[in-house]
Design a protein around this ligand. Structure first.
Ligand SMILES: Nc1ncnc2c1ncn2[C@@H]1O[C@H](COP(=O)(O)OP(=O)(O)OP(=O)(O)O)[C@@H](O)[C@H]1O
Ligand SMILES: CC(=O)N[C@H]1[C@@H]2OC[C@@H](O2)[C@@H](O)[C@@H]1O[C@H](C)C(=O)O
Length: 403
């Protein structure tokens, strides 16, 4: 037997595994690296987050990713090179973290690498007649580079199996959220405010997965970050939402932003910066004569837009006045202007961060991919939701062996 496969069998039979989860999302802020110890599998999974770091992307990395990110037309040569280059970059970042944490690569069982999303194309969004009904998504950063450079067996490209089995490739959060955070005593909404916002609904049913689901809701931080970058190229975000808090919502612009059919489409659904782009905001500003809006007012309007996206999805799912315990994760949890807008839009909900449930809000998405790899080696495929909201029961991730 290939010794790496023998090692994988051993790893699958261990009572606990040390898995590094990697996530680099739509904000292009950096690579999230979560060193997790996962005990058991399935609904009995228990997480210890041993270490976490966000290794920032330099301006050069961001520039390179933006050459292809969410663009319909790109150089195929550039995409090809970026795939290998990001794989190596992520490997170097992991090795640097391990050195800093004084952990040898041989002490790690697996890496679970999400890769860098560069294009997300659910059928409802691309509507291309050549590919009717086809969902597709592309993450770059080939995992063979991670496996070879670190010597650690690496799982990657998790989204493709979800699509192959009938999903849109996202959000995958439902699986990990269900395994780590479902409760028999509380109905929960786990809201992630990344570049794109999404939530997972976990009914108060403990092990019954029939009514759980996750969906994207629209923009999270992506339009806010783009707006501030256009005015202050050296800033990557509106720190603590200070500028947004000093602005006024422009209601005509807000109404225009809400025109996208995405907001009325049934749940669950996914989206990305392909739709919610600076060009989308520019078009709405042209139509509403708000090209000269103060930055503060633009940010206040975009904050309200993100919050309304979440509220609309919650109302579609739970009726006019959702009353749920909401636990927030992702970078938007650090933006008080966004959190205040959410509380205004969903007054009957209570808000806390996932820290209240023992999950560091900035680490949650990277942890989710570690959980998916843990399930792929040691678990059973779990079916979540029912009807349209059902997500396929599959194990996800492709395997890269180090040699
Ligand atoms: N102190 C802060 N004040 C305001 N916003 C903040 C703060 N800290 C982080 N953010 C926001 O969070 C963003 C990063 O969020 P996160 O890392 O969750 O995104 P991501 O993982 O790239 O996105 P996605 O979940 O869509 O893949 C930043 O770009 C910024 O907009
Ligand atoms: C295609 C893609 O990378 N989608 C991301 C993105 O970031 C947030 C939202 O859009 C979510 O659908 C997804 O990530 C999380 C981790 C998910 O799959 O649950």
């Amino acid at each position: 037997m290939n010794p790496h496969l023998a090692r994988l069998c051993d790893i699958a039979q261990q009572p606990s595994r040390r898995i590094i989860g990697l996530m680099s999302g739509t904000s292009l802020d950096g690579l999230d690296v979560a060193l997790c110890r996962l005990h058991g599998q399935g609904i009995a999974t228990r997480l210890e987050l041993e270490q976490f770091a966000t290794v920032p992307y330099t301006e050069e990395v961001r520039h390179r990713v933006r050459q292809v990110f969410a663009r319909e037309q790109v150089s195929l040569e550039y995409v090809t090179l970026l795939h290998a280059w990001l794989g190596r970059l992520h490997a170097d970042m992991v090795l640097a973290c391990l050195r800093q944490w004084q952990v040898a690569p041989t002490e790690i069982d697996l890496i679970a690498s999400h890769g860098q999303t560069v294009y997300h194309a659910p059928a409802h969004q691309h509507q291309l007649p050549d590919f009717p009904g086809l969902n597709a998504t592309l993450q770059l950063g080939d995992a063979d580079h991670l496996a070879v450079a670190t010597g650690i067996i690496t799982f990657s490209d998790f989204r493709q199996k979800h699509i192959a089995a009938g999903g849109e490739g996202a959000p995958l959060a439902a699986y990990g959220d269900y395994l780590l955070l479902s409760s028999a005593t509380e109905e929960r909404l786990l809201l992630n405010l990344g570049g794109i916002a999404n939530f997972t609904y976990l009914p108060q049913t403990g092990a019954d997965t029939t009514h759980a689901f996750s969906t994207d809701t629209g923009p999270g931080n992506t339009l806010l970050d783009a707006a501030i970058r256009a005015h202050h190229p050296t800033l990557s975000y509106d720190t603590d939402g200070r500028l947004a808090a000093a602005g006024q919502v422009h209601h005509d612009l807000l109404d225009d932003l809400l025109r996208a059919s995405f907001f009325d489409a049934p749940l669950p659904k996914t989206t990305g910066p392909e739709l919610f782009s600076p060009a989308y905001v520019q078009a709405a500003r042209h139509r509403t004569g708000t090209m000269n809006l103060r930055l503060e007012d633009l940010l206040a309007t975009l904050v309200e837009f993100s919050a309304l996206g979440v509220a609309r999805a919650a109302r579609l799912a739970f009726g006019p006045q959702p009353a749920l315990a909401v636990y927030v994760s992702g970078g938007g949890a650090h933006n008080p202007a966004l959190m205040a807008a959410l509380q205004r839009q969903l007054p009957a909900c209570s808000f806390a961060t996932t820290a209240a449930l023992g999950i560091a809000p900035d680490a949650k998405e990277a942890i989710l991919f570690a959980v998916l790899a843990n399930e792929a080696v040691a678990g059973q495929p779990v079916s979540i939701g029912a009807g349209r909201q059902r997500v396929p029961a599959v194990s996800m991730g492709k395997i890269s062996l180090p040699g």
